[in-house]
Design a protein around this ligand. Structure first.
Ligand code: ATP
Ligand code: MG
Length: 140
């Protein structure tokens, strides 16, 4: 079984999508191994999304991610990383509404930035992201 890191972003919590997203996760056969609700600060978002630090949307992304609490979860399932990315849908939630109408981002997101959920994009980033929010042994 594989693990991945999922986040329900501030727009998801503020928009009351938490239960709906968690139901979808469980109905899709994932186990939620760990979860916690936290308020991120600028430094932690900048570290978490360091790969995007040179992008033009970075400062806006940081403001969005600190605009309210987030729910961070470790999900487990066979092929958890790609399954969760498929369930989330494309990054741009406004496009997802047309191309992937039953994806989480289509149903709960708004646009390219406010897209409700995050998922690790590779085994390597899953490892990094799980140990970023939980203890290093949560990875194994
Ligand atoms: P995530 O890493 O959050 O799971 P992703 O892998 O689909 O999303 P990334 O390219 O890693 O997409 O971008 C990280 C986040 O930055 C996106 O989820 C979105 O909130 C924001 N973002 C990405 N591209 C844009 C953009 N062009 N304009 C505004 N915000 C963006
Ligand atoms: Mg990403």
């Amino acid at each position: 079984l594989e693990k991945t890191l999922a986040i329900i972003k501030p727009d998801g919590l503020l928009g009351n999508y938490t239960e709906r997203v968690k139901e979808t996760i469980l109905e899709s056969g994932f186990s939620i191994l760990k979860e916690k609700t936290i308020q991120l600060d600028e430094d932690s978002v900048a570290t978490f999304y360091a790969e995007h630090s040179a992008k033009n949307f970075f400062s806006s992304l940081v403001r969005y991610m600190i605009s309210g609490p987030v729910l961070v979860m470790v999900l487990e399932k066979e092929n958890a990383i790609s399954c969760w990315r498929t369930l989330m849908g494309p990054t741009d939630a406004s496009k997802a509404k047309i191309t992937h109408p039953y994806s989480i981002r289509a149903m709960c997101g708004t646009n390219y930035e406010k897209n409700c959920v995050h998922g690790s994009d590779s085994p390597r980033s899953a490892q990094r992201e799980i140990s970023f929010f939980f203890s290093a042994d949560a990875v194994t």
